[in-house]
Ligand binder design. Structure first.
Ligand code: GDP
Ligand code: ZN
Length: 370
């Protein structure tokens, strides 16, 4: 490839957020037959990648699958991968490049497994509708916020449907959000009238990746369409799905906005269970983390121990009871998650040792034979 076309190809990648640290990793791996691409959509193991030569369909290679241990080792929307071109417009994914952030939840249902919803996000928009309905509860905000802190992406709370509110209601909604998300960037917008949209999207900057999440019906699709100014062009994978007459709502999609921002639309998640560490909970409830230092016991659960600073703050009214209750609920969920994670880790470990023991036995037996 001559240097001119090499440069424009590089620009094509930069458009999707390719940067110097990815370039470094790519050079370190140094496998000339592999090309970089970013996952735009994923449905049942079929990926759409954007690359310097445009869109292509890809699957993970046999070697990739052999190395993968858990579900989170597989690419998701927003991931950068290295693929081997096969047929025209097709490729085999060989390597997953290091993720700089990952927005995850616990898989829906009984299994204790991480589900990564999107990777390599710079900013996470937590969208709520403030039309007074059940879409904006502080409990939900605190839950999404904990997941956001865990992800490594910077959160922005987006209060949509401002057009349905009186000035007093708007003010109340912002106050509620500020109370549940202290110190976090909060925006009041309307997908219908366009209020606040320019500010919202352009602040992320060209080449940076934004993901939208939040309950169904809060206006995530409307916000994207309003900002893009048109029905966004469907990606190949979606077109193929449409052709097959199947409509997959669980599809993540990655778009380029007119201002050069990269946007990932996450599916409406009916159930969003935590997949996080205690630290992320502390970031959501910084005042409780602060007060904990003054409790008599280092491992105080704040539920009745003597000289508990949190209980004292509840008594004086300094600490809001509702927030305290939600903290306890999320913390209980995290503790339960931790127990299940530990049990899984122990099972994996024991399976590994059983495998080794079996192998030893077999080697011994074979050794005797010869
Ligand atoms: P999503 O499930 O989060 O993607 O939500 P949608 O974008 O599908 O919007 C759900 C409903 O809310 C639709 O009927 C939209 O027309 C409506 N909606 C979205 N944004 C606004 C807004 O800013 N103001 C008003 N009044 N309605 C909105
Ligand atoms: Zn305490």
């Amino acid at each position: 490839m001559n240097s001119q076309s090499d440069k424009s190809a590089r620009n094509e990648l930069n458009k999707w957020g390719w940067n110097s640290s990815l370039e470094e990793e790519f050079n370190r791996i140094s496998r000339e037959e592999l090309l970089p691409g970013r996952v735009a959509t994923e449905t049942r193991g079929i990926y759409t990648l954007v690359s310097k030569t445009g869109e292509l369909l890809a699957e993970t290679s046999g070697a990739f699958q052999y190395r993968a241990v858990t579900r989170s080792d597989y690419p998701v929307t927003g991931d950068w991968v290295l693929y081997r071109p096969s047929m025209p417009g097709r490729g085999l994914i060989e390597i997953l490049l290091t993720r700089r952030s990952r927005f995850s939840r616990k898989t829906a249902g009984e299994r204790t497994e991480e589900q990564i919803i999107a990777a390599n996000i710079d900013r996470l928009f937590l969208v709520f509708g403030i039309n007074g309905g059940r879409n904006f509860t502080t409990g939900a905000l605190e839950r999404y916020l904990t997941l956001a802190w865990e992800s490594g992406a910077a959160p922005t709370v987006v209060l949509n449907k401002a057009d349905l509110c009186t000035p007093e209601e708007k003010e109340a909604a912002v106050l509620t959000a500020e109370n549940s998300a202290p110190g976090v960037d909060i925006r009041l917008v309307s997908a219908t009238t366009g209020e606040g949209l320019k500010d919202l999207f352009s602040r992320a900057g060209a080449g940076s990746t934004i993901a939208l999440t939040g309950p169904s019906g809060v206006g995530k699709s409307s916000l994207i369409n309003a900002w893009a100014g048109q029905e966004l062009q469907k990606t190949t994978a979606q077109r193929e799905n449409d052709l097959r007459g199947r409509h997959t709502t669980s599809l993540n999609r990655m778009f380029l906005l007119p201002g050069g921002e990269i946007l990932i639309d996450t599916p409406g998640l009916r159930e969003i269970q935590l997949w996080a560490e205690e630290d992320s909970l502390s970031e959501t409830f910084p005042e409780i983390a602060q007060l904990s230092w003054k409790c008599r016991f280092r491992d105080c659960s704040h539920t009745g121990e003597p000289d508990c600073a949190v209980q004292a703050a509840l008594n004086t009214g300094e600490m809001e009871y509702r927030r305290y209750e939600n903290y306890l609920e999320l913390e209980k969920e995290l503790k339960y998650l931790k127990t299940r994670q530990d049990a899984n880790a122990a099972r994996l470990e024991s399976a590994k040792w059983k495998g080794i023991a079996r192998l030893r036995k077999e080697l011994k037996k074979n050794g005797k034979k010869s």
